[in-house]
Design a protein around this ligand. Structure first.
Ligand SMILES: Nc1ncnc2c1ncn2[C@@H]1O[C@H](COP(=O)(O)OP(=O)(O)OP(=O)(O)O)[C@@H](O)[C@H]1O
Ligand SMILES: [Mg+2]
Length: 300
């Protein structure tokens, strides 16, 4: 059975999609895992990174995106969603990455999302609108080691569908004040989601993105996040129980780098070293991936 990991942060532009794409490519090419990516963001950034705009257009026209999945759940008159057909095999521009598949997103998901919200209000308390994705993907679980869900920067109904099938989540964040400010609130909201649905999602940690070693703010922010964990660990057990555990910081920071920014282009750069850069970027991404795989082994 696949381990399902959601990438979430309420803040936009912090590197969620870039990190999710890299995680998938490293899990596959460096560690030999079979990975399914699911793009849950109507912006379709992950989709165009992995399969390019031309292939996306074809997939979108034939109704093989998560939008069609949610739309068919809303309207029984629409054809049933064919999940096997929706899986895009060999979804990476790199020839050297073979084990990554993708279920694409669509710009139309923006509108469908609103209809999903309306459905949720029509059936207050029902979990049915939150279970659409999990039910559709149940048959794929045994074909993969990891399913990675790239979420939009909100906790709306589509992200909630992601959480409902996720075993764990990671939070990419730029180490500055604004990008880390909302992390405790995000944690509380995931906890409230668990209280409401009974479905637990394990936090695997904060992934530091766009790190600049020359920035004192970046270093100070990381130290602040790390010392919050240290202080929490130093509390007596009775006090620890009374408050939420601060998120751990994954100790391999992704540097800000032009080459990582360019990795969004749908282009066969060759190897992962050539795609992401060999000046610390490859090592940081590989170590981050290895740390997350190890975390899954320990916590799940
Ligand atoms: N390590 C990095 N170094 C430089 N640029 C980066 C890095 N990571 C991401 N970027 C760039 O930052 C921008 C935002 O990244 P990305 O789209 O991954 O963020 P996101 O959190 O998924 O955004 P959204 O909330 O809109 O979905 C993109 O232009 C991306 O190429
Ligand atoms: Mg994104």
């Amino acid at each position: 059975m696949a381990t399902v990991i959601a990438t979430i942060n309420l803040k936009g532009g912090v590197g969620k999609s870039t990190t999710t794409a890299a995680l998938a490519e490293f899990m596959s090419a460096e560690f030999g895992y079979r990975v399914l990516l699911v793009d849950l963001d109507p912006q379709t950034n992950l989709t165009t990174m992995m399969i390019g705009e031309q292939r996306w257009q074809i997939v979108n026209d034939e109704g093989s995106t998560v939008n069609s999945l949610f739309a068919s759940a809303l309207d029984a008159g629409l054809p049933e969603f064919d999940v096997e057909k929706a899986v895009q095999h060999g979804a990476s521009p790199l020839e050297s990455v073979r084990g990554v598949d993708l279920i694409a997103s669509s710009l139309d998901l923006m509108e469908t999302q609103e209809e999903m919200n309306a459905w949720q209000y029509e059936v207050p308390g029902s979990l049915e609108p939150l279970l659409v994705l999990r039910a559709a993907l149940a048959g794929l679980q045994s074909s993969y080691d990891f399913i990675l869900l790239d979420c939009a920067p909100n906790l709306g109904i589509v992200t909630a569908n992601g959480l409902m099938m996720a075993d764990a989540y990671v939070v990419p964040a730029i180490p500055d004040v604004l990008s880390t400010y909302g992390i405790p609130q995000l944690q509380r909201r995931v906890q409230r989601f668990t209280d409401r649905t009974g479905h637990g999602v394990t936090p695997l940690g904060v992934i530091i993105t766009k790190y600049r070693s020359s920035s004192t703010l970046h270093r100070a922010t990381i130290e602040r996040l790390q010392s919050a964990v240290f202080e929490y660990e130093s509390l007596p057990a009775c006090e620890r129980e009374a408050r939420p555990r601060p998120p751990t910081v994954i100790p391999h920071w992704i540097p800000e780098s032009n080459q990582i920014a360019q990795s969004a282009d749908f282009f066969d750069f060759g190897t992962l070293r050539q795609k992401y850069g060999n000046h610390g970027q490859f090592d940081a991404l590989r170590n981050m991936t290895e740390h997350i795989i190890a975390g899954v082994g320990v916590y799940l």
